[in-house]
Write a protein that binds this ligand. Structure first.
Ligand code: GLY
Length: 369
């Protein structure tokens, strides 16, 4: 069946289920499910978590396609709750793109809300202020994980740069885009390895900016190949190209994509780390969905990328997706990090990227990045 028609059929099932899910969860900000029931990260100790924009983003995408008012209402509620994060300096880190592109950014695109634009610009200003001028890289986190993180940058940040590109478009002020391109230019050299795989964490001296090393981060170990990190690079450089048309970003995205295509197992099931032992059954469906989003965009360069994306989405749909309307999640077998104790569970950003990828295939998406 043609990809577009196939995706439309799956999306109709997603829409029908989500209309039921939103009724029983309208006040929540979910991260995962317990026995098929969404948890809630709205409380003051959890409101700054980096994934808190994804459900709202999924609801905005589906609102754009299906115009169900209950989706818009729930997404607007989450955006307002995130004001507690916007007013918490220590809770503002490089993940502002994930949080405010998918809430305020989406709201502004759909409704033109000035209140949403105000939130978006506050988040963009904060992200811009995280650039370390000497390394040319945006600082990732505030918290002292394994010591001082003033000189830590991570590949995931490529996905947050669109907050800056869009801030420049919205204000006609090139500063934000200049900062995003500075990070992207330096990230090519600092993160991308010769074979097209990428580091998760790169460290630098925050005074001199000199690169001091890399860390395995959420992957198996230093020098390994954390699949979600590869997916952030693949889609992130593709997005930087889409916003700037700078050819080095497209070349980098293609280099990462070719590496990824060489590593995807025949089963289409994505492990947590491409270098994990064959005996290890840790999976990450989120990485499969993010790969699909980036590969669909690269399909304009070469159809082999689109074919790979369709294969990943069909595998997720047939083997890893839950359409049971009594359960709140869609994707199963996701993992946050290789060295965590817990693996193969549901994570909200898997559902978000799965929905986004299907909407792209069906040509019904709202471009939020
Ligand atoms: N950005 C954090 C992660 O991908 O888990």
């Amino acid at each position: 069946m043609e990809n577009k028609i196939w995706a439309e059929e799956i999306l109709d099932k997603i829409y029908r289920k989500e209309a039921i899910v939103v009724k029983r969860n309208a006040d929540k900000i979910p991260y995962t499910t317990e026995d098929g029931v969404f948890d809630d990260w709205s409380s003051p100790d959890k409101i700054c978590w980096w994934t808190n924009g994804f459900w709202a983003g999924q609801l905005w995408l589906l609102y754009h396609a299906y115009k169900d008012e209950s989706f818009k209402k729930a997404a607007e509620g989450i955006e307002k709750k995130l004001d507690a994060n916007l007013m918490n300096y220590m809770g503002m880190d490089h993940d502002s793109g994930f949080k405010w592109l998918l809430t305020s950014g989406a709201n502004f695109l759909e409704t033109g809300s000035e209140e949403a634009k105000n939130r978006f610009m506050l988040a963009a200003g904060n992200l811009a202020g995280r650039l370390n001028l000497n390394s040319g890289l945006i600082r990732a986190w505030n918290d002292p994980r394994n010591g001082d993180t003033a000189g830590w940058a991570i590949i995931d940040c490529m996905m947050n740069l669109p907050l800056l590109y869009r801030a420049s478009e919205m204000t006609n002020d090139p500063r934000f885009k200049q900062i995003a391109m500075c990070h992207a230019d330096h990230a090519i050299k600092a993160f991308v390895r010769e074979n097209g795989s990428v580091n998760h964490i790169v460290t630098f001296d925050p005074e001199s900016g000199k690169i001091t090393g890399s860390k395995g981060g959420q992957g198996m170990k230093e020098g390994s190949s954390w699949t979600r990190g590869q997916s952030w690079a693949l889609y992130g450089f593709t997005l930087s190209y889409r916003h700037t048309k700078k050819k080095e970003y497209l070349e980098t995205a293609v280099k990462v994509a070719d590496y990824v295509l060489s590593q995807i197992p025949k089963s289409g099931i994505i492990p947590v780390d491409f270098l994990q032992p064959d005996t290890c059954d840790y999976e990450d469906s989120t990485a499969a969905a993010i790969f699909a989003c980036g590969l669909i965009e690269l399909g304009e360069v070469d159809k082999k990328y689109l074919d790979a994306a369709a294969m990943l989405l069909k595998t997720l749909t047939e083997k890893r997706c839950c359409f049971d309307e009594k359960k709140d999640h869609f994707l199963e077998k996701c993992s946050a990090a290789y060295n965590d104790n817990k693996h193969n569970f549901t994570i909200i950003y898997g559902d978000y990227y799965y929905t986004e990828a299907l909407l792209k295939l069906a040509k019904k998406d709202l471009f939020l990045w």
